[in-house]
Unconditional design. Structure first.
Length: 411
């Protein structure tokens, strides 16, 4: 059967969350949407859970018993997808029901890639120290949109030291909507759908090399989930930094770390390494010259002084400019310290309540409210609350696009 959209969910040992994610997506989408679950767990118990739900052919489940790298599991999901468009999410994430209408419009108007807003996030119970019962965050949304040039954005991303991924207007497979034939171009050139250690960064880099237009929306179509077992949950609890050989990403594969990145494991280094691997695999040598090692070095030194040896070895190996590094440190340090102080206070529960009250009041004054709702125990309930707020923006966007034929920016 042909599908309009395949929602791809790579999963490993998070069966309870994966089941609830599939249940949520199935409930809010129609027969045009396929759900692809690529499971590399230690056992296939998720198969029985899904079978019990009687989802039918719309849910395509594959179990791989042998431990494989996360990127291979991700790539397997893309390979198994039958939809004309693909949206990759995590196994603790969800989608909004409005995604179907937006993808239908994208197909009708020959839009190759859509970057939804990232305003909706859900923290499962037990993830956030200050919200152990679970909570959702929803930032300000409206019906505005614009078109970005991913090739130019990729240049900016590399010049940031591959650090500014959240704000980069790149084609994004993870929580983005991408036409399947764009993934096929990567496969035809490299022999695989995905590489590096971070599929999100690798695919965004690879997909953006060959795309000059990306539709960016100011409303979400997916929900970023975080459970205690996820890397996002690890980031919240500050436990995802270690020696390189201890990185979970290396399990099941031989791997050559990029010579442009400090040799220790942390989120920013995984991003940079995966971007470099994508450029290598796609033969984009000129783009590699734009990578600003001094900026990455600065942020590594500020955040992870315990790895100064590895950081400076990489700095000198790449013949970097010490004056540029000093300049970056001078410019970055004040903002870095301000952010660290805020984070410290946010994790103190009584202070956090006061902080959020002040923050919400200030943001309300500039019409950028952030809604935080506690006591949300599952992704289905989170989607219902988010959709109630976001759906009017989705409807207005679609009405606007019918009148403009999607040809101009709409602020």
């Amino acid at each position: 059967m042909e599908y309009l959209l395949s929602v791809v969910i790579p999963s490993r040992n998070r069966q309870i969350y994966a089941l609830q994610s599939v249940q949520q997506i199935y409930a809010v989408t129609d027969e045009s949407v396929q759900i692809v679950v690529q499971d590399n767990s230690d056992d296939d118990s998720l198969a029985a859970m899904l079978e019990k739900e009687n989802f039918g052919p719309r849910v395509k489940y594959t179990y791989i018993a042998t431990r494989i790298p996360g990127v291979d599991n991700y790539a397997g999901g893309i390979a198994a997808s039958d939809g004309e468009y693909v949206c990759c999410i995590g196994d603790d994430d969800g989608v909004l029901r409005g995604i179907v209408d937006v993808v239908k419009w994208a197909k009708e108007n020959n839009i190759p890639a859509v970057k939804p807003g990232v305003q909706a996030s859900y923290f499962w119970p037990g993830t956030m120290p200050t919200f152990l019962e679970g909570c959702l965050n929803l930032e300000y949304t409206d019906a505005s949109y614009y078109y970005a040039n991913p090739q130019q954005e990729l240049e900016r991303f590399l010049k940031s030291g591959a650090l500014d991924f959240p704000n980069a207007k790149l084609v994004k497979a993870y929580h983005g909507i991408v036409r399947k034939d764009m993934f096929q171009k990567i496969y035809d050139k490299t022999g695989r759908y995905c590489g590096g250690l971070s599929p999100d960064i690798y695919l965004s880099t690879s997909l953006s090399l060959d795309t000059d237009s990306l539709l960016c929306l100011n409303f979400p179509l997916t929900i970023f989930g975080a459970c205690k077992q996820s890397t996002t949950g690890d980031s919240v609890n500050k436990v995802n930094v270690s020696k390189l050989e201890l990185a979970p990403h290396f399990i099941g594969q031989p791997y050559t770390w990029s010579e442009k990145v400090p040799a220790y494991y942390c989120g920013m280094n995984i991003w940079a390494d995966s971007a470099m691997h994508a450029l290598d695999d796609m033969g984009a040598e000129d783009m590699k010259k734009l990578f600003y090692v001094e900026k990455l070095t600065c942020m590594c030194l500020l955040n992870h002084r315990a790895y100064k040896k590895e950081i400076m070895e990489n700095f000198h190996r790449n013949n970097c400019d010490e004056q540029l590094l000093k300049k970056e440190m001078r410019q970055t340090y004040p903002g870095f310290m301000k952010k660290k102080i805020k984070e410290t206070f946010r994790n103190i529960k009584p202070v956090a309540k006061i902080y959020r009250a002040i923050r919400d009041k200030r943001q309300a004054q500039v019409n950028e409210k952030v809604f935080t709702t506690a006591g949300i125990t599952n992704i289905k309930a989170a989607e219902e609350i988010i959709t109630a707020t976001v759906q009017p923006a989705i409807d207005k966007f679609l009405d606007t696009m019918k009148n403009t034929k999607g040809g101009t920016d709409g602020k």
